[in-house]
Design a protein around this ligand. Structure first.
Ligand SMILES: C[S@@+](CC[C@H](N)C(=O)[O-])C[C@H]1O[C@@H](n2cnc3c(N)ncnc32)[C@H](O)[C@@H]1O
Length: 416
């Protein structure tokens, strides 16, 4: 059906909506006069009064539910006074019970797989320990015109001086809130596992360390990690272990002496336990230098961020089977030692993309394990790998970002 031509701008219009299913992005789908309305602060099955916040110009617009006429049984009072219409854009589901949030995310992952990869599958989103609040160990704050740190309103540049944030890890924001910052700057905050807060002010393209010594101390995969605070690390304190367990489950048993690739490897969180799987005891000299042909196994970690590769070099110094390659995956792929028995890929939010997925498939690995924080990118990558003979065999999903619409997935694909 062709969408009706839109002539009038609906912005600020008040609508009464019957709210339909959840959609990717932290909103639900409703319809009004033939147009799709993406409505925030509502839940499936509710009847709400909503104000249009943005007219998409075509067949859709965006709206905020401002009054709930028939409430879902899953609705709860938000834990944060800044959640809701016109409020902070950091959380999407403060008004849903934690169990309902996981069901909403499971529905989104299932819907993306069905729509983008043609795969019908039941999805369960697993809870991580610690509850829905006090989990965020990494956060970026904006700064108001008068130097106060705050968080941005949804799809807006407006900075709300929220004070302490209930999803932030305990103590993460206090030293940041106690002082003033350069107006309009941004502040990158890390609270590490030792409880130390590191903060860097970002202003006019420059980074100015302001709090902490810049070295984050973390614990995961049975090891202690020391890494530059700006290097990637999972935001939820229990996510790193959950991801590692799911990846190892996906990797399965590896032949001693096998070669594994850990693409987008960061500081080596996944490479470390993989090294133990491939029989990584021995010295560097026993490993073949131009391929995975030595009697010892090898894990090839590829990462573009020099801070992360430096940390990997130090944190994994006791694991000589790990070879750290600094570079962009798409550039260095063809020169890597191989062939890999298994490829683990944990790309940034946009995923692998069709072309790189095809190139990975051509390496002939028996398994590809994908870690993804965007279900749409995951579904597109799964679809691209399926074109090259890889079938989705396992999927774990974790609520690693409670109160937000984000979800962390680990998918295992087997060569057919
Ligand atoms: C989602 S993080 C995963 C890191 C690691 N696997 C972990 O769990 O800690 C993605 C990583 O990919 C790196 N990265 C981004 N683009 C890249 C590229 N084109 N090639 C290699 N690494 C890249 C980032 O610096 C980041 O460390």
């Amino acid at each position: 059906m062709t969408a009706p031509r839109q002539t009038l701008d609906w912005t600020d219009r008040l609508l009464e909506l019957d709210v339909g299913p959840v959609a990717h992005g932290g909103h639900c789908v409703a319809r009004s006069e033939g147009r799709v309305v993406f409505v925030r602060h509502a839940l499936p099955g509710e009847r709400v009064r909503a104000v249009v916040t943005e007219d998409g110009g075509g067949s859709f617009c965006r709206a905020d539910a401002v009054a709930v006429l028939t409430a879902s049984p899953d609705r709860v009072e938000p834990a944060c006074p800044w959640a809701g219409p016109g409020g902070c854009g950091g959380c999407d589901w403060q008004h849903a019970s934690p169990a309902a949030q996981r069901q909403l995310k499971a529905a989104v992952v299932a819907e993306q797989l069905a729509r983008l990869a043609g795969i019908e599958r039941e999805v369960t989103v697993e809870e991580l320990p610690g509850g829905p609040l006090g989990w965020r160990t990494r956060m970026r704050m904006a700064v108001t015109d008068d130097g106060r740190p705050g968080l941005r309103a949804h799809r807006s540049h407006e900075v709300l001086p929220v004070g302490d944030c209930p999803i932030a890890a305990p103590g993460a924001l206090l030293p940041v809130l106690e002082r003033s910052w350069t107006p309009t700057a941004e502040v990158e905050i890390v609270r590490d596992a030792a409880g130390e807060v590191h903060a860097v002010e970002l202003f006019e393209g420059e980074r100015h360390p302001e709090l902490g010594d810049g070295t984050a101390h973390e614990r995961a995969a049975g090891r202690a990690w020391e890494l530059p605070a700006e290097a990637f690390w999972q935001v939820h304190p229990h996510a790193a272990d959950a991801v590692v367990d799911a990846v190892l489950e996906g990797v399965g048993d590896l032949e001693p002496g096998a070669c594994a690739w850990d693409l987008y490897g960061g500081a080596g969180l996944i490479a470390a336990p993989l090294a133990e799987r491939v029989g990584a005891v021995g010295t560097v000299g026993t490993v073949g230098s131009d391929g995975c042909t030595g009697s010892q196994g090898r894990v090839v970690l590829v990462e573009s961020d020099p801070a992360a590769t430096a940390a990997a070099g130090e944190c994994l110094a006791d694991l000589p089977a790990v070879q750290v390659v600094r570079g962009r995956v798409e550039k260095v792929l063809h020169g890597l030692p191989g062939p890999p028995a298994v490829i683990v890929a944990d790309p940034p939010r946009k995923g692998l993309g069709r072309r790189l997925a095809g190139e990975l498939a051509r390496q002939g690995a028996a398994r590809i394990v994908l870690v993804a924080c965007d279900p749409a990118a995951l579904a597109r990558d799964v679809a691209a790998l399926a074109e090259h003979g890889y079938a989705l065999a396992g999927l774990r999903a974790f609520d690693a970002f409670p109160m937000t619409h984000h979800v962390e997935c680990v998918a295992t694909l087997l060569a057919t």
